[in-house]
Design a protein around this ligand. Structure first.
Ligand code: BTN
Length: 343
């Protein structure tokens, strides 16, 4: 553990940007008047007003009522490294050489990719309340408002590039599923290769980036984005890109502790990376198959400019998607899948 770096960015405190401190004050979900906020934070009311507007511009759902002040809708506790560590088992805690929470960064994945590889068997974790350039698969952007998601990346060094490295994203999908099951989130499904769904709506996604040296160690950065409370505006913005999103508040009908969720994600992913390193996809495959959102469904698989039509037939041990087509069973190691409405 790197205590210096954790205390510097591990929680929102007096030296954080005003917008982060206003967010922290409002995170109890109650109304706070501009005057009270200004007093608590040692700034002017106009500075508070500007910070509240900045928060809204970042996508935070907020109510502002004359004579009552500001209130966050879908409020949630700020992420804090110390709280996350409290939820972790001692063995996983020991493996984390760093666990940082940033108020804002371009992308937690981009930041970890720039760092030196962690030692083997160790991991560095970075979470951000807000990403200015969050990245999804296939060059898409990943959108989430401050407090409305868990955006987390963790790095891990394998002694060499794992066999069937492509199946790692499926193992990570199962680790995310295990984290959500531990928090009693119902009806979670996995869509090949690595979408987390509830019903046909996307709850989260995984972005894995691998750096390797010839015949040497390979470092992966596993990026996980899970929607917690997106707000209806953002759900509509995402819908305009052709994607149906949901969040944990909608799915569970209640509030979710993001620190507990972050801890479950870290706990299950560190354990998952250790067992993937030993045994590949094998310890994950049964759970993946039981949660498969595509099995038996009519699919279009786009690979480059080609679209292959068929029925989902699960996955194999290398992590390939199996599709029954007119020409027989085909295997896909990459591609974009859409489910066709039943004819
Ligand atoms: C996808 O479904 O397209 C993958 C989304 C991955 C988003 C996460 S959020 C944390 C990490 N940092 C990023 O910039 N992306 C990943």
């Amino acid at each position: 553990m790197n205590a210096t770096s954790e205390s510097r960015v591990g929680a929102i405190h007096a030296s954080s940007p005003l917008v982060a401190r206003v967010f922290a004050e409002l995170s109890d979900g109650q109304f706070h008047s501009g005057e009270d906020l200004a007093k608590a934070l040692g700034v002017t009311r106009s500075a508070v007003w500007k910070a509240a507007n900045a928060l809204r511009d970042l996508g935070t759902s907020m109510e502002a009522v004359r004579n009552r002040g500001y209130k966050l809708l879908g409020a949630s506790e700020p992420l804090a490294a110390a709280h996350i560590r409290e939820h972790l088992s001692p063995s996983v805690n020991e493996r984390l050489t760093r666990l940082d929470v940033a108020w804002m960064t371009a992308s937690t994945n981009s930041e970890l990719v720039e760092r030196p590889y962690p030692a083997q068997g160790r991991s560095e974790v970075l979470l951000a309340e807000f990403q200015t350039a969050g990245r999804g698969r296939r060059g898409r952007s990943w959108l989430a408002p401050p407090g409305g998601a868990v955006c987390l990346s963790l790095s891990w060094t394998f002694p060499e590039v794992p066999r069937d490295a492509g199946s790692l994203s499926l193992a990570v999908g199962v680790s995310v599923l295990r984290a959500l099951l531990a928090l009693n989130v119902p009806d979670v499904r996995l869509k090949w290769p690595n979408d987390i769904l509830v019903g046909d709506r996307k709850l989260g996604g995984i972005l894995i980036e691998l750096r390797a040296e010839a015949a040497g160690p390979a470092c992966v950065v596993v990026g996980i984005g899970l929607n917690v409370a997106l707000g209806s505006g953002l759900v509509e913005t995402i819908a305009a890109t052709g994607l149906r999103a949901t969040d944990l508040v909608t799915v569970t009908g209640g509030s979710v502790s993001r620190n507990a969720l972050a801890a479950q994600l870290i706990e299950n992913n560190v354990r998952g990376l250790l067992s993937f390193e030993q045994e590949g996809l094998k310890p994950f495959i049964e759970q993946w198959r039981n949660a498969d959102a595509l099995r038996g469904r009519p699919l279009d698989v786009s690979v480059g400019s080609e679209v292959v039509r068929g029925l989902g037939r699960g996955i194999d041990l290398s992590g390939a998607l199996l599709v029954e087509t007119r020409e027989g069973l085909q295997k896909f190691l990459s591609g974009e899948v859409t489910v066709r409405p039943a004819e």
